[in-house]
Design a protein around this ligand. Structure first.
Ligand SMILES: CCCCC/C=C\C/C=C\C/C=C\C/C=C\CCCC(=O)SCCNC(=O)CCNC(=O)[C@H](O)C(C)(C)COP(=O)(O)O
Ligand SMILES: Nc1ncnc2c1ncn2[C@@H]1O[C@H](COP(=O)(O)O)[C@@H](OP(=O)(O)O)[C@H]1O
Length: 345
């Protein structure tokens, strides 16, 4: 990809130009604003990360309020056992309240494949990942972070040495697979079958009822979208010299420093111009931004039309736990950082 044309001066260029003016002219410009030497704590997300993370509970809260206040949603029949509105197109309060809506079927139900594709396109095609002596090492570390996040997705939603964590949680909290026909005809112990996964229950024609059902949708949408925000955001912003703040890391000797001390300069774009956001993102980053936007929209739909607020909250907390381990823990555990790295470093 050819390097984009420069149209503006970067903040660092402007500051250099000001300094030159100061040296050459007798009229003195005011000195550049003092550098912000405040260090962010390595144990918590940076202020920008925190602001972005706050959007998730805000969406969930907004959805809960909307479902309480919207007359159409309030008037539509709701099945508390299935935690969903009536699925009949004439009764559902919105197209998005139906499980068979195309966004759910083609996007969320294949969500990890979309997130993986966007991440892969970014890592393989973005100029920040091309060139520089340690191109392969940076890509391998990004791959390792994908394996960690994907592993968490697998354990929580697909398989965890047996049933996935969501299904284990459901059974620990008293949930069971109820087979309706057996209940109707009074067979066995009230029609309760020893089925240990939601998928097996569905396949045997039963209903997965009674326990705490951590929202898989909230989990996947939060985990996947913030994974992309981390992987694309830090890499693209650092490459385009767009950084307003820096992550801090604990070094082997215990000193706390800006993560930039471990970075290579080579990965930054050579023309120090300010790029537009679209130029900065490149193809893979734009795909990731589209996937992230769709995640946010579907999260809002889940917030409005599905689950109890507590099940959505636990979906959020379980996703945040995986994100903390992948992106914050390595900032204060150098040995872990040497394996998974930090995006953009
Ligand atoms: C030795 C032990 C290893 C254990 C695993 C550890 C690490 C795993 C590391 C690597 C990955 C391994 C396997 C993953 C394989 C491929 C992943 C990449 C390709 C794909 O993404 S293909 C998958 C496409 N499928 C999806 O995206 C499904 C997404 N949907 C869901 O997860 C669920 O439907 C849901 C959670 C959204 C909702 O669930 P329901 O309520 O509908 O049941
Ligand atoms: N935004 C959304 N759009 C459509 N269906 C959704 C949805 N959020 C959750 N659901 C549906 O609600 C059920 C519980 O979701 P989850 O536990 O993953 O949060 C799932 O039903 P099915 O399992 O019958 O498909 C899922 O498809």
């Amino acid at each position: 990809m050819s390097s984009p044309t420069r149209r503006y001066k970067s903040p660092s260029e402007l500051s250099r130009a000001n300094n030159n003016n100061n040296n050459n002219n007798t009229t003195h410009l005011p000195p550049p604003p003092p550098q912000n030497n405040h260090r962010n704590t390595p144990y918590l997300p940076t202020p920008t990360e925190l602001a972005l993370l706050t959007l998730y509970p805000t969406l969930l809260l907004f959805g809960a309020l909307f479902s309480l206040l919207s007359p159409e949603t309030r008037a539509a029949p709701y099945d508390t056992l299935r935690q969903a509105h009536a699925q009949d197109p004439s009764l559902a309060p919105s197209y998005f309240a139906r499980k068979d809506n195309l966004f759910n079927v083609l996007f969320v139900k294949r969500g990890w494949a979309w997130i993986t594709a966007a991440f892969g396109a970014f890592v393989l095609a973005h100029p920040a990942y091309r060139g520089g002596g340690n191109q392969t090492r940076r890509r391998v570390r990004a791959g390792v972070r994908w394996v960690v996040v994907t592993g968490w997705w697998v354990f929580v939603t697909q398989w965890c040495f047996g049933p996935p964590i969501i299904d284990r949680g459901f059974r620990w909290s008293g949930g069971k697979c109820e087979v309706v026909e057996e209940m109707v005809f009074g067979f066995g112990e009230g029609g309760v079958k020893e089925v240990v996964t939601a998928a097996a229950c569905k396949a045997s024609g039963g209903s997965w009822r009674g326990g705490h059902d951590i929202s898989g949708h909230v989990f996947l949408l939060v985990l996947g979208s913030f994974f992309l925000v981390q992987e694309v955001g830090w890499v693209a912003a650092r490459w385009a010299r767009y950084l307003g703040e820096e992550r801090c890391v604990v070094m082997h000797d215990g000193a706390v420093k800006g993560a930039g001390v471990e970075a290579e300069r080579r990965e930054q774009q050579e023309e120090a111009g300010v790029l537009t956001v679209l130029e900065t993102l490149g193809f893979g980053g734009r795909l990731a931004a589209a996937v992230t936007g769709l995640c946010a929209w579907m999260l809002l739909m889940t917030a409005i039309y599905f689950h109890t607020w507590f099940e959505k909250l636990t979906g959020l907390v379980v996703a945040l736990a995986g994100l903390y381990v992948t992106y914050i823990l390595p900032r204060w555990i150098p040995a872990l950082r040497s394996i998974v790295g930090l995006p953009g470093i």
